[in-house]
Each structure stands twice: as structure tokens, then as C-alpha cells.
Write a protein that binds this ligand. Sequence first.
Ligand code: XMP
Length: 325
Amino acid sequence: MSNVRPESMARIETKELADKFIAEQVAEVRAQVGDKKVLLALSGGVDSSVVAALLIKAIGKQLICVHVNHGLMRKDESEEVIRIFRDGLDANLVYVDATDRFLGKLEGVSDPEKKRKIIGGEFIVVFDEEARKLTDVDFLAQGTIYPDILESDGVKAHHNVGGLPEDMKFELVEPIKLLYKDEVRVVGKALGLPASMVDRQPFPGPGLGVRCLGAITRDRLHALREADAILREEFDICGLSQKVWQYFIAVPDMKSVGVKDSKRYEGWPAIIRAVNTSDAMTATIEEIPYEVLHKITARITAEVEGINRVLLDLTPKPVGTIEWE
Ligand code: XMP
């Protein structure tokens, strides 16, 4: 398949067009890989999930999905990957819980770029270790999509396996590389993936690692994950999750004094960030109704150990980036 989208290619907007695309790709992938095995790093993001579902349809257990849990996933995210792919689609799924390795490497590291490098580097090491345990794998599947090709050299910027060591030679399988993001979502739905997976908001490769600000500790990471789960739950309830482009909690490495059960209670603040954008280059702030903010604040301060204040980030991009680090 060439890397250029033909002008004649119709925009995949309907179930019928998605089904046609899926049938074509199933045939193409079968012709490409024959009876060989294919490896895929399945993060649980939209692109890798759609590639996984497509390849399971085409070649079943010849596809080996590796899901690396770096310990920086949102609440229940890895469990959802296992539920959907291993339990639901009977996928050949290798689950690697590398939490201790990642958090060990990140201990005491507060510089954001160093944190990103450690996370990206360790991901490749863990994936490489898993790949070497397998035999007869000739192909590597990737969730490259058309904007990745237009914006870069065609290799996913993060979580990419283009960084695998030179001696690991794979032929690439990239069935959705000519699709735009909205088309990937239509194809994902046609493949039967749940909306919770196909319509999910963007999530950075380094995950909660760039939202647990400064040097990550397990207790603060846990508080962040719980607070973020409450924010997402409440956005689902009031319908904001359908409308807001990206929303999350960041927890800085600082404490303030509070009071709980008539006792002094020192805790971290949870910072709410909810932004809208079309290209992530600039972003505006979602005006969250005050009653929703009050409910989220009440729940987070009551339910999350270690959080004693909830703050709202009102800064558009520029001047604030979407993430805090
Ligand atoms: P910023 O913070 O630069 O973010 O305004 C723009 C978009 O990119 C996401 N982001 C990342 N995605 N690896 C990723 O895969 C990263 O290191 C990273 N940093 C930011 C961010 O979530 C937002 O959608």
C-alpha cells in the first residue's frame, strides 16, 4: 500500500463504507502475512485498538498483542484492554505489568523531559524483551494513521516501536495508515469496539506521568488516578464528556494546610483542566457549570485520600500548554 491517499478514496463516514474498507483490508492483510505471526503493541488508545480488532478479524490468533502497563494508565484502563480484547475478542494477548520497573526508574526524577525520556525508553526495552521471547514473528503491526504520515516521517512519535533495536527486522503491517482519525473511529465502531474505547479523548503516551507533577510518588499517583476517575465519571453524568476535547486532573508536588474531621489535614491540590481545540496547537477553556464543579470538588475532597483542595485551571493555550509538563 502506498503512503499517499488517492484522491478518489471516499471519506469513510458510514457503516457501509467502513464495512467495505474492513473487507478490503482483511483480504489485503491475509495476502500479506499468509500463515505468519504479527506482533502489535496495544496501548488501548483508539488507533492501536482498531488495528488489533481489524487484525483479529483477519488472522485471529496469528496476531500477538502486547499490552505494557507502565503504571501510568488511568483507572481501570489496562483492565478494559484485557476485558475487550482477551475476554471479548479472544485475542492472543500478552499482558505485562511493568509498573514497578517504570516507577522505580522514575523515582526522584522531577524534570519533565527526563521523565518522558525514561518512560519512552523503558517502553521500548520492555516491548523488545517480550518480542524476543516469541519465535516466528515476521511482521509488526502499527496504528499509524494518515496525519502521522503527513506530519512526520510516518512513524508514531510516541510509543513507537520504530525505535526497536536494529537487529529486530520486521515487515510492517499498517492497515489504517491512509485514514483520518474520524474515519478510524467509524471503522472501530463497525468492528464492534465499544464507544468508551473508540470515542476516547486523547491521552499522552507518558500517561499520568506528566500529570503527577515533579518527582512521582506512588501515593500521589494513586490520588491523581482516583481524582481523575471522579472527574471522568462526573463529566459522563452531566454530558460534558461528549463535548469537551480533553479533560483531566493534575496534582502538583506541594501541600497546603486544610482541616478534616476537626483536625489539621495537609494535602495536595487537584487541578481540573478541561480544554477544547481542533488541532491541539491552541486551546480554549470549557466553561464548566458551577454546580458540576461543586459536585466534583465535594466528591474528590471526600473520597480521595491526600487531596484537600480542588482548583480550576482557566488558562487557554497559549499561554498554558494543555498538559502541565
Ligand atoms: P500540550 O501540552 O503540548 O499538548 O499543549 C498537546 C497535546 O499533546 C498531548 N501530549 C502528548 N502526547 N506524548 C504524547 O503522546 C507526550 O509526551 C505528550 N505531551 C503532550 C497532550 O495530551 C495534548 O493532547
